[in-house]
Design a binder for this molecule. Structure first.
Ligand code: ACO
Length: 278
């Protein structure tokens, strides 16, 4: 059953523990208006701690993933209302991207089509990203006269080598899904008609992992990049201890099924969570 956010700009359904969340302004190429940003936060809030959701996939209805910020509603109309409205609109968009970056469940961006400018925020916020070969990625800000704001410049530098980031930002040329994968903007690129199957396959692998360990791991990958080695080492010790306080039995079960039961090999797959405590 497809659900709609309060204003209908986001649609979602939950199937077999995968939440499929879609930008739902296909006529506007899913560009992000203040209304959409509010709706997306509402949907992320609704889904984050539900027991029937193990993985969240973000994608777009129609031909776009998202054509970036809504130049009319997010920029022109908001700026016309003054600084307060502008700051509020920024908080709403940056707010849901931040929520997604640190989301409780693993997240996958499924880039089905156009992905411009501000859409790099949610692209980077998702833990993994898969694109259609047919998708087009661009920092088009330069083409209409601004710098890539809202984190987009930072994201380009995080994901791309210097020369590629610079070229991408100042040339305003698009790259397709295959090039995006070669550059590291996404994990993989596939023909559009294969995209959903591949994302489902990846989501199903994640669903088999220990969820406490997954959350600790995804946060650690984001955090350690800005820490010194020693700070990272300390953070990881504390993070593991914190994870153990939530789930001290999972890892023990993982060791037991390998060392005692010999029912799996950690090098080749995950332990059977359903047997925990049995
Ligand atoms: N902001 C506002 N409206 C938009 C946006 C946007 N970012 N993107 C698309 N639309 C609207 C169009 O104005 C049009 O509205 P209308 O039907 O009322 O005339 C509708 O969506 C459909 O767009 P078309 O341009 O007709 O669609 P087409 O498939 O031919 O082209 C494309 C798609 C290439 C994505 C084009 O719409 C485009 O260039 N959009 C802007 C992309 C962009 O540069 N985004 C901003 C990035 S910078 C940032 O986010 C800060």
């Amino acid at each position: 059953m497809t659900n709609l956010s309060s204003n209908g700009t986001v649609s979602y359904d939950v199937v077999d523990r995968i939440a499929w969340v879609r930008f739902n302004r296909p006529d506007k190429r899913n560009c992000m208006s203040p209304t959409l940003n509010q709706d997306m936060m509402e949907v992320l809030h609704e889904l984050e701690f539900r027991d029937d959701v193990g993985v969240l996939v973000l994608t777009g209805e129609g031909t776009a993933f998202s054509a970036g910020m809504d130049l009319k509603e997010y920029f022109r109309e908001t700026e016309a209302k003054g600084l307060g409205a502008t700051r509020q609109a920024q908080r709403e968009s940056y707010g849901w991207w931040r929520r997604l970056r640190w989301y409780q469940k693993p997240t996958i961006a499924m880039v089905n089509g156009w992905c411009f400018g501000g859409a790099y925020g949610p692209l980077f916020a998702c833990d993994l990203a898969f694109a259609a070969d047919e998708a087009q990625f661009g920092l088009s800000e330069i083409n209409w006269g601004i710098l890539p704001g809202g984190g987009a410049t930072k994201i380009a530098v995080e994901l791309l080598p210097f020369r590629k980031a610079m070229y991408h930002a100042i040339m305003g040329e698009n790259v397709d899904g295959k090039t995006a994968a070669e550059w590291g903007l996404v994990n993989e690129s596939l023909p559009l008609d294969k995209l959903k199957d591949r994302v489902t396959e990846v989501a199903n692998v994640l669903l088999k992992k220990n969820p406490v360990a997954l959350k600790a791991t995804k946060d650690a990958i984001r955090r350690v990049s800005v820490l010194s080695y020693d700070d990272a080492e300390e953070y990881l010790v504390r993070m593991q201890e914190a994870a153990n306080s939530y789930d001290n039995d999972g890892r023990k079960e993982g060791i037991k099924q390998f060392i005692d039961d010999k029912t799996y090999k950690p090098g080749l797959g995950a332990y059977d969570k359903s047997k925990q405590g049995a």
